[in-house]
Design a protein around this ligand. Structure first.
Ligand code: GLC
Length: 516
């Protein structure tokens, strides 16, 4: 039995499968591509990988529209490829988590197709959220059942020919399940078992706070959290209690992390009560600006509410953090320096850290994608007003000097910038001053200290716009200000995200100091 469960302080690497590595040559990443790059991930020093959805899907939302929860889309390979990937990952000491999408299916899912064919009030319609129209004076057909809007823009309801409407919190091709229906619950418990039987170490739960909607579907104001009729309803926790029992039936420790967007750390904490999920993503840091005050608030509020939290700076839904941190700065290299500093700070905290593919290469957000190449439904639904999330999903540059930079033998589904030759994994692996080399050193240093640090941290007084905190013998110092700050007393600098002479910490830098 392990001293602490693996997920407790794991570093998990998110693989956005479409954009990681393409073995088949169709320009889309796939499971054999992931498998071929596992040694790279083992060398990087992460503990686990999370694969975004690879299930059969019309790809209306990059695979988050699942048509069959128990198979692999031919675009990504086969179940045999999946099994081989699990075996290889485990042989390299990497755990593997898969993404489960329970809030909605694809409109191509057989259940939804049957629901469309079935009459109103039928069993088939009951598995989804069909409703009669709200009366609207002057219009015989009525209007949407309530005022909810889709997360991707536009109404959250689509009308079907017999006059009913169905709910989709995301795209119309993503109809929401009715989680008050016992058959939906049984089906998902069975889907979890399907993947657990194939050896997965855990699940990332998509839109975990959305499954149950308030009875009567009352109108809402925008916003997340327990006060909304859409998100974080109390009954959602019954589902995770049931899922926890399923996970606990299996040998070893199988873990679940919920994607929970909320405006309150207390709400987040509810998802990780001892009989529920193991972790929930903590997006508070990701939403904070580059500021010591903001970071300190995030860290304090998180640690008060959640004892073994997660820390996340980037994922496939948000602008990459070096680009976020660089916005408004006159120094073009500030964003990347801050990105590395935030990463090192996050690694010093108790809990677990989630990385997003490509951040170890210091990839920026790609902002100038040609409009015709963009595939995120947010772009089309907002008529181009919102760029959407394609800019953080550009396929990875592995090697070579021109696109597709070793991504695969057949181009890439989103075009890669012409100036990424210096950012390839191959080039950076050979350069000790690269972002990749820094990420490897940082992860190795964290590993070397694993088990020697307490699960608590304490603030030290810090000058200017800097933060100093201790975790046992480790002192982590972060300088978000514009002037160098004097380091607190220590014995040695064990790693820093930028130059550090042992006396002062330059701006946009984090260092780990040891006291023996
Ligand atoms: C989650 C995913 C996102 C997807 C959405 C709908 O937020 O991370 O990529 O579009 O759910 O499934």
């Amino acid at each position: 039995m392990e001293r602490t469960p693996w997920w407790h302080d794991a570093v998990v690497y998110e693989i956005y499968v479409r954009s990681f590595a393409d073995a088949s040559g169709d320009g889309v990443g796939d499971l054999p591509g992931v498998r071929s790059r596992l040694p790279y991930l083992a060398e990087l020093g992460v503990d686990a990988i999370w694969l975004t959805p690879f299930y059969p899907s019309p790809m209306a939302d990059g695979g988050y529209d699942v048509a069959d929860y128990r198979d692999v889309d031919p675009l990504f390979g086969s179940l045999a490829d999946f099994d081989a990937l699990v075996a290889d990952a485990h042989a390299l000491g990497l755990r593997l988590m898969v993404d489960i999408v329970p809030n909605h299916s694809s409109s191509a899912h057989p259940w939804f197709r049957k629901a469309l064919e079935a009459p109103r009030g039928s069993r088939e319609r009951d598995r989804y959220m069909f409703r009669d129209p709200a009366p609207s004076p002057g219009d015989s057909g009525g209007r949407e059942p309530n005022n909810w809007v889709s997360v991707f823009g536009g109404p959250a309801w689509t009308r079907v020919p017999d006059g009913q409407w169905y709910l989709h919190l995301f795209a119309p091709q993503q109809p929401d399940f009715n989680w008050r229906d016992p058959e939906v619950r049984r089906e998902f418990a069975d889907i979890l078992r399907f993947w657990l039987d194939r050896g997965v170490d855990g699940f990332r739960i998509d839109v975990a706070m959305g499954l149950i909607k308030a009875e009567g579907l009352p109108d809402t104001e925008p916003g997340f959290g327990a006060k909304s009729p859409i998100w974080s309803q109390p009954e959602v926790h019954d589902i995770y209690r049931e899922w926890r029992r399923v996970l606990d039936e299996y040998p070893g420790v199988r873990a679940a992390v919920g994607e929970v967007w909320t405006d309150s750390p207390e709400d987040l904490a509810l998802y990780v009560r001892p009989d529920e999920l193991h972790q929930s993503f903590n997006f508070a840091w990701l939403e904070a600006p580059w500021s010591a005050t903001a970071f300190r608030k995030v860290i304090d509020e998180t640690l008060i509410a959640v004892p073994a939290p997660t820390w996340v700076l980037s994922n496939h839904d948000v602008v990459r953090h070096p680009t976020r941190y660089g916005e408004g700065s006159l120094d073009p290299s500030a964003g990347l320096a801050r990105g590395c500093a935030a990463f090192l700070a996050m690694l010093a905290l108790p809990g677990s850290a989630y990385l997003y593919q490509g951040e170890e290469l210091g990839l920026p957000e790609v902002k100038d994608l040609p409009p015709e190449s963009r595939q995120d439904p947010i772009f089309a639904r907002s008529k181009g007003e919102l760029l959407g999330r394609d800019g953080c999903r550009v396929p990875l540059p592995w090697s070579g000097t021109a696109p597709p930079y070793g991504f695969g033998p057949g181009g890439s589904w989103l075009p890669q910038p012409a100036d990424w030759a210096g950012l390839t994994a191959e080039r950076q692996a050979a350069d000790p001053s690269s972002t990749l080399s820094f990420y490897r050193r940082a992860l190795a240093t964290r590993r070397a200290l694993r088990g020697t640090l307490p699960d608590t941290m304490a603030w030290l007084e810090a000058p200017g716009d800097a933060l100093f905190f201790t975790r046992g013998k480790l002192i982590c110092v972060i300088n978000c200000g514009e002037e160098p700050v004097r380091l607190p007393p220590h014995d040695r600098v064990v790693i820093s995200s930028g130059p550090c002479d042992g006396l002062e910490l330059p701006p946009d830098t984090t260092a780990w100091l040891l006291t023996e």
